[in-house]
Design a protein. Structure first.
Length: 337
């Protein structure tokens, strides 16, 4: 229904009866553009398959093969009036609900952008980065465990003209029936000394990424289901140059159960540009109830057509105070257009 309505909007935008929409198909997906170029409908697909072999403590090794993610994205953009509607659906092992995103964007001011709907909370650079371009295949434990994820609400994004300084202010639903009710309030500031740093970790795989650095900090406050105040803070940093990239982040989350601290650092290098990238990541989580947990990861990515076709072999070792050690080897396959 959504694609049908948006296609009707494209057709009605034609300036005369003889003009026809333009259809563009390349490695970035399918785009249907109105004859005047003011409106466009983009269509994208992504599938991620995951096969794992896991050994935990003295238990026998367990093998599993799953469809981790399968996504369909539609984005209708009215460039003349400077707004867009994006809808993304997901099925698979990672899907908690079919509707992954439904967001309305407006960028009609030189220094202000607005977003409204069900969306990613722009709390960290990692969450602002589309998952198909994350070179490790998954975000770090810092983002996955201590960031708000997706919520219903809205944000204002403020930025300088050269995007060397950016900021987000957001108000979202609390994610639980807090009593008394209090929305999630968040703020993020980001500094990019060399100018806008693309929200795309795959820029290094060609071996010619422009030198860029970025540093960010964020804070959040909300209430849990029992009315207890929950606060959090996060810092992150990135450096990329040529075939090399380093990312690091750290966060804390203070709840009624205590304070959870997590840190992570990752390095990746394109050893054969456009074909093979190597990377490693180390993370530590200190939880008030479960103690320390250390996670060591190493991965080898093989690419075709940039990040659009990728096969990854990844090792993950988890070492915890209160649980047996775990070792996992995974084969991660991604197709994204």
């Amino acid at each position: 229904m959504i694609p049908l309505l948006l296609s009707t909007a494209l057709a009605s935008a034609a300036p005369d009866e003889d003009a026809k929409p333009t259809i563009l198909l390349d490695d970035t997906g399918l785009e249907i553009q109105s004859a005047d170029g003011h409106r466009a409908l983009d269509f994208r697909l992504m599938a991620q398959l995951l096969a794992t072999l896991t050994k935990t403590g003295t238990d026998p090794a367990a093998a599993e093969a799953i469809v981790k993610r399968a996504r369909t994205q539609f984005r209708y953009a009215d460039r003349q009036h400077e707004f867009a509607l994006m809808v993304q659906l997901e099925v698979g092992e990672s899907a908690s609900r079919p509707l992954l995103d439904a967001r309305l964007d407006w960028w009609g001011h030189d220094h202000v952008e607005l977003g409204l709907g069900y969306m990613i909370v722009p709390y960290s650079r990692a969450w602002n980065t589309p998952i198909p371009t994350v070179v490790a295949g998954e975000r770090s434990v810092v983002s996955n465990q201590l960031a708000p994820g997706r919520r219903t609400g809205g944000y204002a994004r403020l930025h300088s003209g050269d995007r060397k300084v950016e900021g987000w202010l957001g108000v979202y639903d609390p994610g639980a029936a807090s009593a008394p009710f209090m929305p999630l309030l968040m703020a993020r500031v980001q500094v990019n000394p060399q100018g806008a740093l693309p929200l795309d970790e795959s820029t290094i795989i060609g071996g010619d990424a422009e030198l860029k650095t970025g540093f960010g900090a964020a804070a959040r406050i909300e209430k849990d289901v029992d009315g207890n105040t929950v606060t959090g803070a996060l810092v992150d940093g990135t450096l990329q140059s040529g075939a090399f990239r380093v990312d690091a982040d750290g966060a804390l989350l203070d709840t009624a159960d205590g304070t959870t601290l997590a840190t992570s650092a990752q390095a990746a290098v394109a050893v054969i540009p456009d074909l093979v990238t190597l990377g490693a990541r180390g993370s530590r989580v200190d939880e008030p109830t479960d103690g320390d947990r250390w996670i060591a990861e190493g991965f080898v990515n093989a690419y075709a057509i940039g990040p659009h076709l990728m096969v990854q072999v990844r090792y993950t070792g988890t070492f915890a105070d209160e649980a047996p050690d775990s070792h996992q080897v995974a084969l991660h396959t991604q197709a994204w257009f």
